[in-house]
Design a protein around this ligand. Structure first.
Ligand SMILES: [Zn+2]
Ligand SMILES: [Zn+2]
Ligand SMILES: [Zn+2]
Ligand SMILES: [Zn+2]
Ligand SMILES: [Zn+2]
Ligand SMILES: [Zn+2]
Length: 372
């Protein structure tokens, strides 16, 4: 795996599912999920069953030997990957291996990709000049961080060596289920079946392929319910939208109906009232004219009586006699005609007969209907 991990891969592989932080001393369970040893110890102290550990992520039970978390396999793969990530993906400081041996703490600026030593500027110069190490490949940390091609070389540095003999682990002891060096093979594991590491690697690769196939099948099976759920979610969302649309258009319709009815009611009220008002104002006008005409006739009579010369008055002898008779005629004409209007009798129109014709139940979601 030469490619650097992306953010999700880093999180999934290198973070603990219990504390959420970077895995420290990671231990792997039967389900292939890893957790910090310390997190598992704390979890186990609180658990009632001591001989199994239950995965925090998937609930799988993993048996413990001697009720001990120590019996779980150390996940050296994520541990080593984590170390490389720490170098390439962070600004962590590392200290010069040589200076540290001398009791100094000088910050390392390079790393030897052959022997894995961290080197300060001075020690790097020396490392490249000394006969034993002058062919070693020394690169600066800045180079390592920007150039992904150094990643496989960095990974190689963490290839496990025998702790007892500092030799490469090239064989596998089938009895002890552990890789061994040639020294181990001829000492501790002398009577055990020891096979070349490659033979086991092949088997492991086959098992890995099978596991990958299985997980792919599981993931495919997960897609179906996921899609069903998404479909259901969409259905519910659509129904909600439709119902809200029904309510919305019902409200618009009711508002429109109320407005129409109000307009009709206004008309129903104002038409008869306007007609009556017209009649009344016409009568008032006539009444005013009649009153003025009476005043005029009276003024004429008054002035003629006061100031009329005899010769003038006699001119009207015949006319004034007729006025007396005309009084009765005038009474008959009697205008304006009386208008009999009782305000209380003007009817009030029937109003606002609106109703919601689309009842919406709040509990049961009705079948989708187009808004009316
Ligand atoms: Zn943890
Ligand atoms: Zn699990
Ligand atoms: Zn140094
Ligand atoms: Zn070196
Ligand atoms: Zn050994
Ligand atoms: Zn053995």
């Amino acid at each position: 795996m030469a490619e650097a991990l992306n953010r999700t891969e880093r999180e999934f592989l290198l973070n603990c599912g219990i504390c959420g932080g970077r895995l420290t001393d990671p231990r792997i369970l039967d389900c292939l999920h890893s957790f910090c040893k310390e997190c598992l110890v704390i979890k186990q102290e609180q658990a009632t069953k001591k001989d199994v550990v239950i995965c925090e992520l998937c609930g799988t039970h993993t048996c413990l030997f001697n009720d001990s978390i120590d019996s779980l396999t150390t996940n050296i793969f994520v541990m080593n990957i984590g170390r490389v990530e720490e170098i390439t993906n962070s600004n962590c400081s590392f200290y010069c291996t040589f200076c540290e041996d001398q009791g100094d703490s000088e910050e390392a600026s390079s790393r030897c990709l052959t022997c894995g030593d961290w080197l300060c500027l001075a020690c790097a110069r020396r490392h490249c000049g000394t006969t034993v190490t002058k062919r070693h490949k020394v690169v600066t940390l800045d180079d390592v961080r920007v150039d992904p091609q150094h990643r496989p070389e960095l990974r190689k540095l963490y290839e496990s060596k025998c702790i007892s003999h500092d030799e490469k682990l090239r064989k596998f002891c089938s009895k002890c289920e552990t890789p061994v060096c040639s020294e181990c093979e001829h000492s501790d594991h002398k009577k055990h079946t020891v096979i070349p590491l490659e033979d086991v690697v092949e088997e492991v690769q086959d098992n890995l392929s099978n596991a990958l196939e299985m997980y792919e099948v599981i993931e495919e099976c997960d897609i179906e319910p996921d899609m069903q759920m998404a479909k259901r979610f969409q259905e519910v969302t659509n129904k909600e939208k439709t119902l809200l649309q029904i309510v919305h258009s019902a409200r618009e319709r009711l508002i429109q109906e109320i407005q129409q009815q109000a307009t009709a009611a206004e008309l129903a009220i104002s038409q008869p009232f306007e007609a009556v008002k017209m009649l009344l104002s016409e009568s008032m006008e006539l009444e005013k004219k009649r009153s003025e005409s009476t005043q005029k006739s009276r003024l004429f009579c008054e002035k003629l009586q006061q100031e009329g010369l005899k010769g003038e008055s006699v001119h009207f002898r015949d006319l004034l006699q007729r006025v007396k008779k005309g009084d009765r005629k005038r009474a008959q004409l009697e205008f304006p005609p009386e208008i009999n209007v009782n305000v209380n009798e003007l009817s009030f129109p029937k109003l606002f007969s609106v109703s919601v014709s689309e009842p919406v139940s709040p509990v049961e979601i009705p079948r989708v209907r187009s808004p009316v």
